[in-house]
Design a protein around this ligand. Structure first.
Ligand SMILES: CC(C)(COP(=O)(O)OP(=O)(O)OC[C@H]1O[C@@H](n2cnc3c(N)ncnc32)[C@H](O)[C@@H]1OP(=O)(O)O)[C@@H](O)C(=O)NCCC(=O)NCCS
Length: 139
């Protein structure tokens, strides 16, 4: 089930985020990631994927009115089950225009997923405080 994010979901989303970061060694040097997450979870529209027995298994936050997806994280045990696809579909329905997001160039898993979902690369950045990233626009 996908439903709007509630305050009570924030600790579960934070746990999924923290677990996911363990597989992203290139992000170790990024500062302020948890603060950015907290601000997004507390101040932006968001949705969670919830499974009856497992609880929260994924979440997405959306910056409006830019329609920019700034967090999309799925618990490892629940990947490749269509959770990200479902969250993005809900966000797309709520957005005014096409969705966009930035993916780390080193994040091959996510890049493959976005490619499979029909997202297009529109720009790349060479570095800076957030490392190398690619800007993608959704279908
Ligand atoms: C990227 C991520 C959000 C994808 O979530 P997911 O729920 O596994 O994705 P879905 O199951 O909805 O898959 C969507 C499509 O991507 C494909 N896909 C997903 N992961 C893939 C992978 N590792 N390799 C190849 N294809 C992949 C799926 O096969 C599916 O395509 P299909 O419908 O044609 O089969 C998830 O891997 C994740 O949370 N990663 C860690 C956090 C992260 O990197 N977030 C993105 C930050 S920009």
């Amino acid at each position: 089930m996908i439903r709007p994010l509630e305050t009570a979901d924030i600790p579960s989303c934070r746990d999924i985020f923290t677990d996911c970061l363990q597989d992203m060694p290139w992000r170790a040097a990024h500062r302020g990631q948890h603060l950015t997450l907290r601000r997004a979870l507390e101040g932006q529209p968001g949705w969670v994927a919830e499974e009856q027995n497992a609880g929260i298994i994924g979440f997405l936050t959306l910056q409006v009115p830019a329609d920019y997806v700034d967090h999309l994280f799925v618990a490892e045990d629940w990947r490749l089950c269509g959770v990200a696809r479902g969250l993005l579909e809900v966000a797309r329905r709520e957005a005014e225009g096409p969705l966009s997001l930035d993916v780390d160039t080193d994040n091959i898993t996510a890049r493959r997923a976005y490619e499979a979902l029909g997202w297009q690369v529109v720009a790349s950045t060479g570095g800076g405080s957030r490392g190398r990233q690619m800007r993608l626009v959704g279908p």
